[in-house]
Write a protein that binds this ligand. Sequence first.
Ligand code: URA
Length: 470
Amino acid sequence: MHCALLSGPDDFEGWRTAARGLALAGVGPADIVWQAGGDAPDLFGQDRPPATAETAGFAVPKAFVELAQMAILHREPERFALLYALLVALRERPGMMEDRADPLVRRVEGLAKAVRRDIHKMRAFVRFREMQDADGPRFVAWFEPEHHIVRANAGFFVRRFASMRWSILTPDISIHWDGETLSEGPGASASDAPAGDPIEDVWKGYYAAIFNPARLKTGAMLSEMPKKYWRNLPEAALIPELVAGAQAREAAMIAAPPTPPRIRPATRPGNAQGAWAALREEAVGCTRCPLYRDATRTVFGEGPVDAPLVFIGEQPGDQEDLAGRPFVGPAGQLFDRALEEAGIDRGRAYVTNAVKHFKHELRGKRRIHQTPETPEINACRWWLDQELGLVRPRIVVALGVTAARALLGKAVTISRTRGTAIALESGAEAWVTVHPSFLLRVPDEARKAEERARFVEDLRQVGQRLKALA
Ligand code: URA
């Protein structure tokens, strides 16, 4: 029996070195005891082979390494052994990683998927409270991850809150950033983190401002913000109140005279809503392109799954990234007003983006928007295709060049394409217009008003076309 010692529960490099040496020595998975954190039993000999030239030549597919780096962070005690069994099997069957039906590959993928979700939850649900220490303000958050993700996630928080001094306390480990250096400390308990303080008001005010009861989907909201995390979120205190308000409004709507018939009867399979919810859930852990690394979360589309009209924007902005919903920031507000003027009810349209993660660069404290590149648009196209396949709209409106490229698969010039319908393979019509944030950037007031009126006119034309197609 061999005992492989790892320095901690997330020690991927230690596992890799030990696994390489053991595999090269022909040791079978059943003959190894994996010990994380140095609490090894003394009954066994200990193996921690150095990365020698011999072991360094051990080649495994990149897909395995990426998967193993995630899966190893799972709390499943068997994970080291499962990964080792997969590593050994891969030496026999190098193409095994492509075999999605293989039970071992599936099992390890399941672990990795759960870890990815946990990583995203931590990014979305950590909330800092402000306190003072000898060096000034420090922001402290308490979080309970399901898996060993804290070290793996530290880089994200350093990039995201580079200029703040902060600590994230968790039951297993705490991490601290002083503006220059990241350090680690022992685990903590919830009572070690400060309770309420002014930063909560910022979150609460922000959350209430972006909360639109007309678009409330309690189910989606709860899955976005699982109850387990509510107690850490200052804005969660508002949820019962906001939900109650929305439900009262909904009741009033039901009691009100019926609205005009739907523009298009729902002809899609009855489980489209369920399929959409599953898709949205899957997108939470999307790693199809590197943009997920710096974004807070995936911002998926929203709206009725049988909407006859779909709007596609470019990508979430700073506020959308925080709120987890498309078009809620300044461009979204302009868009809402323009839709209203054009007589289009946003609540009856499905609104999404070509790219589902916020691409930006940090300049000091500010996150500055960056236009997504073609590979990012192409990587995200998979989600857009799924959304369009489920919603099956009559009309899809591309807002700006990025959306047009994603929808039409090629670069287009807005001035040459706007105002005419383009037939899509699905049978739907594509219309192209400017992006609302273009209107925000026009410096000259007179021209801004002109461009805005043109935008509203484009939307009005789409609304009329939709009526004609009904
Ligand atoms: N711009 C976009 O394209 N989409 C959003 O969701 C917000 C701003």
